[in-house]
Design a binder for this molecule. Structure first.
Ligand SMILES: [Fe+2]
Ligand SMILES: [Fe+2]
Length: 279
């Protein structure tokens, strides 16, 4: 199923979709692989080869971020042939060896969108960061008081800045954003209100709206709300695995069609990570 709930033929290939002016995204986060999960998701992920043009992983790929768990994740993705783009989540940092995890994912061919954008082709590009905590609206945490508080706000602002930079580096007319933490309050509603400040931060909305992203995908709020919108009207999807299943929009991932220039109107090209620094 795709956004809007209409069934689509699953066997249509990327070139056919591009001729129709569509790039189809499969997106999921928070499947939290443990060592005992080897083989559990492999078949479901492999279906993305037929159903989508790119697979987005919105963080919390593991339970505690151990190298053994990252190796399970790489195994679950072993049969995926379309580009895989990912950000890490807080769970993936728990063991303090995220670099080792990233190396395992990169060896599998996963492109880590940690401020490093990715152009699928000339039509659509992807920018992502983990994001961070801090809350929403007038209750957002401010850099006042103890150094520790200022440190949290500084870490959030650093994520905002890296997302802005990644969006600016994309030369594609269509830009898609991937996060772990939520950039809006609407998609965390359903979780206990007391923990909203730990589920995201709406400082991330400013570059999303300014660069007019086509859509945003995030995870982290497992019991939040599936869809929302930024103040600028950009669609936001909370693709936490349990929420995708609860909403009935997919078994493993949510499929979303992004309108792009039809392939005979646009210069086509190979997927590429953007090298070097921005202009
Ligand atoms: Fe999670
Ligand atoms: Fe999380």
């Amino acid at each position: 199923m795709t956004d809007g709930g209409k069934p689509r033929p699953s066997g249509r290939r990327r070139d056919d979709r591009r001729r129709d002016g569509i790039v189809r995204i499969a997106a999921v986060g928070d499947f939290h692989c443990g060592e005992e999960d080897a083989g559990r998701f492999r078949e479901a992920f492999a279906r993305a080869n037929e159903e989508a043009d790119v697979l987005l992983l919105a963080g919390d790929l593991t339970r505690r971020g151990t190298p053994a768990e990252f190796r399970v994740v790489a195994g679950e993705l072993a049969d995926v042939r379309i580009p895989i783009l990912a950000v890490l989540g807080n769970h993936d940092h728990e063991s303090g060896v995220a670099d080792a995890g990233l190396a395992i994912l990169r060896e599998r061919g996963v492109h880590i969108l940690d401020g490093e954008p990715f152009e699928l082709d000339a039509g659509v590009g992807f920018a992502g960061v983990k994001g961070f905590i801090g809350g929403f609206g007038r209750w957002t945490l401010t850099a006042f008081g103890e150094d520790e508080t200022k440190g949290i706000v500084a870490a959030t602002l650093e994520e905002v800045s890296r997302l802005e930079f990644a969006l600016r580096r994309l030369s594609t007319p269509v830009r898609v954003v991937l996060l772990h933490y939520s950039p809006i309050c609407d998609t965390v509603v359903g979780e206990p209100e007391q923990i909203f400040p730990f589920l995201g931060n709406d400082r991330l909305v400013e570059p999303i709206d300014r660069f007019q992203a086509a859509a945003v995908f995030h995870g982290h709020a497992h019991h939040g709300t599936f869809r929302g919108k930024t103040p600028g009207g950009i669609p936001v999807f909370n693709v936490s695995h349990v929420l995708v299943q609860k909403e009935g929009v997919g078994d493993m991932y949510f499929l979303f069609d992004v309108p792009v220039a039809r392939s005979d109107d646009a210069e086509s090209g190979q997927p590429r990570a953007i090298a070097g620094t921005a202009g």
